[in-house]
Ligand binder design. Structure first.
Ligand code: MN
Length: 233
């Protein structure tokens, strides 16, 4: 919705939106939620214990989105910039305390996303903010509506870097399933239309360098392609 106010003291930021695959329409993005540690083989490669603890949730700023086809600057203050290919859910209907049985009714569509990470400064008991939630940290492909592609709960999820396969898994290996993620997240937050939820990365995460070309795919969805740019000062 356009805001008709004319009394802002500085220009307000433009709304963030994503392309809808096969359409001239746009999906307006309100918040970006992410799930951490949601594939067994990825938890193991990060040195974690595989227990079914409650899912780890964090957020990225909405204006961290980078559209497919664009360049992702190599961020400042890191020497280990990692890719994490993920399936993202686009919420079309909000709610609190959503049941697992009704959770999928809240999904408008799906896209391929990257949870780009400053791995060398993520975690160690500190907040994930500077490791996960920085500028340009959330490339997202076009959103495919459920009305066209159905629900995406299994199938290949893959990332290539310069044509070499780095991550290759299947959505059926998610520890927390999509209905479980939506139900749990809605216990903590009032989900709203326009929210995006990244569902976690499979194993094979690793570093990228300036000039690398990343292509992320999930079976049934439009691909996500980005190029890594020079490091920001
Ligand atoms: Mn992730």
């Amino acid at each position: 919705m356009m805001d008709a106010r004319t009394d802002f003291v500085i220009a307000p930021s433009p709304p963030v939106s994503l392309a809808v695959a096969g359409s001239a329409q746009r999906f307006p993005v309100r918040r970006i939620y992410c799930v951490g540690r949601n594939y067994v083989a990825h938890v193991q490669e990060m040195g974690g214990d595989v227990e079914r603890d409650p899912p780890i949730f964090f957020q990225k700023p909405t204006d961290a989105i980078v559209a497919s086809g664009a360049t992702v600057p190599y961020p400042s203050v890191t020497k280990n910039f990692h890719h994490e290919i993920e399936l993202a859910i686009a919420i079309g209907k909000g709610g609190r305390n959503i049941s697992e049985a009704e959770a999928m009714d809240h999904v408008w569509g799906y896209c391929v996303a990257l949870d780009m990470t400053r791995r060398d400064i993520q975690g160690n008991g500190k907040p994930w903010e500077i490791g996960k939630s920085f500028d340009f940290s959330c490339p997202c492909g076009p959103i495919s509506p459920v009305s066209k592609v159905g629900h995406i709960t299994s199938g290949a999820i893959k990332l290539t870097v310069n044509g070499q396969v780095r991550q290759d898994s299947d959505l059926s290996l998610l520890i927390w399933t999509l209905p479980e993620i939506i139900a749990r997240l809605s216990e903590y937050f009032d989900l709203q239309p326009g929210d995006i939820v990244l569902t976690g990365t499979p194993h094979g995460v690793g570093p990228v360098e300036a000039g690398d070309k990343l292509v992320g795919t999930v079976a049934g969805l439009a691909p996500l392609e980005v190029t890594i740019g020079p490091q920001l000062a």
